[in-house]
Design a protein around this ligand. Sequence first.
Ligand code: NAD
Length: 533
Amino acid sequence: MSLSTQSEAPETTARQWSPRVSAALLGRLAARAAAAAATKTIAVEAPFTGEVLGQVPHGTPADVAAACATAREAQQEWAQRSFAERAAVMLRFHDLVIDNAAEILDIIQLESGKARRHAFEEVLDVAIQARYYAHTAAAFLEPRRRQGALPVLTKAWEYHHPRGVIGIISPWNYPLTLAVGDAVPALMAGNGVVVKPDALTPFSALWAAGLLEEAGLPRGLLQVVTGRGAELGKPLVDGADYLLFTGSTATGRKVAALAAERLKDSSMELGGKNALLVLPDASLRRAVPGAVRGITSNSGQLCISIERVYVHAAVYDVFAARLAESLRAVRLGPSLTFVEDMGSLVGADQLAKVEGHVADAVGKGAVVLAGGGARPDLGPYFVEPTLLAGVSDDMDLCRAETFGPVAAIYRCDSVQEMVDRANDSSYGLNASIWTRDTRFGRELATRVEAGTVNINEAYSATWASASPMGGFKESGLGRRHGSQGIVKFNEAQTVAVERLMAIDTPPFLSHQQYATVMSAAMKLLKYAAPLIK
Ligand code: NAD
């Protein structure tokens, strides 16, 4: 283990957390927070050991208001820049993220406790977002001709204007991706951004803010306010022109209500209880490791991870046995290397929730097929990947999001039963289908109530910059990625020029005659309109 514990190395201001991350670096990152009014600090824990990693300002509502004002001022000039100029900044940011990956991987791991391979997904994601929107923003947002009210006589254009300041509230589970990945399209659309990362994991967002400035982003355009969501959420909704929230469904409801009261638009990326379906013809050689990845990625603290596994009776016994065996073989540990398959949970609350769900299920009769316990020998918040059979509706684990490496496995007698049970959830974020018949798999996918459905993959195939990502039902409102992931950060405006005559009864016709002529014209336009663009 490359981290030393408190007893081996008492906390000092000169603490070197890794070859690349020192207490001094974390102090410099904390100083980037917009925090002129803050008088207190918040301790950030390193989940691998439970030690205090560093301190960040306990931001106040006044800090949020000031950050919004600063971002708004910087946005005036940024909005005047061409898409090509904004893209140049994003492409430099892309390179800087990749060139400095080792440092941010350490920071992500230190503040979230995740395995390095899962932290690397964040590095890739943010770089891909920067590249994608650098190359596509203009195509999505440049002014374009539209058909006006009267064919030929009306010339119309669609314009997109930046909203101003976008507020982003992000959770702790993907502290780089979810704080910064959505900031990229918001910035490319000409906005300023104020990010409020989770208090558990503020350093990744602060690091990225510094790198964006190094890449050429105007100072002040992207602000990070560190602090507690319950205190800073309302002032951010007040100060921003649009709110993008990623987090639990319970908090999302509150934030969406605040935004709605102020008639501000928002998007909500919320929780999930995602199902994986193993059809009788699935390749178990692929499906078993796919399910392991779906259950254990980021220690199951992933909104699109797998918590329900529905297996056709024809392959249930073999699949369940192999899945349990593979989960038992997952390598857990706290190192800052790529050796481990899975890291720690983020902290004590998450551990209590995961242990509570497992204890409740086992107490009510569920059977543990793999794992089931904590691993305090590795660190305070490590838990084993866990598979449970015999899970019933009266158990917390059955319907509530656990957000840990814990899944329930169910035997199903038909494919229809698998789809019905997958859809029997208030959530609808992600699903995964395993079958050799991918044509049938695609048809089946359209019957699954989830914003993304991966065939022969657990969650990654649909997480792509060009494809919309978001939730059905209580898993969210709106989409990130693709055109929907950037157009929402603009106000659309239609401008039309009317030629030759007003859209009204011409002077040489009575209103009655005008109505007759227009009714006849409508019949013709039914055929002609598709030809007029
Ligand atoms: P959370 O809702 O507790 O916190 C998320 C963010 O909201 C944090 O920054 C927090 O400080 C802030 N917050 C808390 N109370 C607030 C309030 N009253 N007003 C405004 N902001 C407030 O969620 P969490 O436990 O940190 O994150 C895990 C949840 O996020 C899971 O449910 C997971 O599925 C979901 N999630 C969804 C996606 C997605 O893309 N759909 C991605 C990641 C996580």
